[in-house]
Structure formats: structure tokens, C-alpha cells
Design a protein around this ligand. Sequence first.
Ligand SMILES: Nc1ncnc2c1ncn2[C@@H]1O[C@H](COP(=O)(O)OP(=O)(O)O)[C@@H](O)[C@H]1O
Ligand SMILES: [Mg+2]
Length: 237
Amino acid sequence: MATERGLVLEARDIVKRFGDREALKGVSLGASAGELVAIIGPNGAGKTTLLSILAGIQRPDGGSVSRSPSEIGWVPQQAAVYGKLTVAENLRLFARLEKCPDVEVVVDRMLDQTGLGDRRDDPVAELSGGNRQRVNIAIGLLAAPEVLLLDEPSAALDPRQRARLWEFIGALAAGGTTVIYSTHNVQEAERYAAQVVVLADGERLFAGSPRELEQTVGASDLDFEEAFVAFLRQRGH
Ligand SMILES: Nc1ncnc2c1ncn2[C@@H]1O[C@H](COP(=O)(O)OP(=O)(O)O)[C@@H](O)[C@H]1O
Ligand SMILES: [Mg+2]
């Protein structure tokens, strides 16, 4: 792991139990400024649990996180937006909850940043999936966090909306925001992550670049998704 670099966020040995089930068995993760980090792994691997602990939504049973959740933006898979309220009303509401000092300035900045200005007075329920996802992301970014966490951000989007989502996220990272996301889409991780973290059954099996993961498997004829599946199999998953 790249511990020598200046890490913006570092989680060490995170443990989480639900009853006698260990959902995270001592998972560590480090991310530097402007880095795009993808967390990939089978269903039930612990991706959502790990992200929600980093976001301060759940408490770990062990381990530590270097940064306070108040400094971390969070975009859950199931967003808490109000469908009957407009885009601007939702942003205003969450800006107040976040105790943003100048609510109207922040709301205008977020509408501008996410390209939702012409949708500001539309009820969120009437937006396309892609635009609704932008509202969710805008809420995660209200406090201008250095680190943004997204749980399965592309899961409900069509290919064109996906492309626009990654363009937006790429620009955020290029501007210095550290972005950590989970995804089912392994190809997305290959294309849009500098660091890939592989979780399976609550264990971190790998952290490194997509190329390094392929090299770990040692079969040069596989594409990334095939290499990922082969890697899991080699590790008994
Ligand atoms: N609130 C909860 N109560 C009990 N078990 C949970 C809870 N949340 C998650 N789990 C369990 O923890 C494991 C990891 O879940 P999760 O983090 O949602 O995985 P992923 O997001 O990778 O699919 C799963 O076995 C899941 O059933
Ligand atoms: Mg999940």
C-alpha cells in the first residue's frame, strides 16, 4: 500500500460485526488527493458497510479512520431526497442540515457545478435517473468535502447517463477531490480508477492499480473482468 504518499484518508483494520457475522474483518484503505478509488467485490463483500463506516453512518467495532465524517461527502445508493420538493428546495434543505454558512450561495454553486441550473424548480420525482443522481451527488458535495464517497453510483443509469456521470466524477478528481466509489461494474473500475480495492467476504484481497491486479493473476490473455474473476477464484471465492 502507498503509505508514503500524503494520504487524504486512511482507514486501518476496520472491523464490523452484525451479530456473529463479521462483515468486515480488518480492512485497511488509503487514498491520496484527487485519487479515484474503486471498491469492487461480490455481493455481500462489505462494500456498502465499509463506505458507510467511512461516511460515519455506521460505527466500526474496531479500527480507525483518519478523517472525521463531517469532512467527507456521502452519496448513498438509496438517496434521501424528497421527490415532491424541487431540486433547489432539496439542496436548500440539505444545506441547512449540513449547516452551510450561506445556503443560497451554496445552492447556486451546486446547481452550477452539476449542470442542474435549468432544473432548479422541477420536482425531483420528475427528473430522469441521471439528473436525480446528480442531485444526490450535489447533496454529497454541499460542504465542498475533500473526499467524496459514492455507493454504486452508476447502478441505475443507462450507458449515456453513465458516461456523463464519469465525466463529472473525473472532473471532480482532476480538481483535487478524492473520490472513492463501489461498483458492480468491473470494467468501470478498470477505466475510472487509479486504485482498485478488492473486497470479498469482508476481507481486503487486493489494493493497487488495475494493471497490478492483472499482473497478480499472471495470465496476459485475459481482459480485466476475466482477470478479476480469475483472481477471486485463485483466492478461493
Ligand atoms: N444492517 C445489517 N444487519 C445485518 N447484516 C448486515 C447489515 N448490513 C450488512 N449486513 C451484512 O454484511 C455483509 C456485507 O454487506 P454489504 O456491505 O451490504 O455488502 P456489499 O455492499 O458488498 O454487497 C452481508 O453479509 C450483509 O448481509
Ligand atoms: Mg452494497
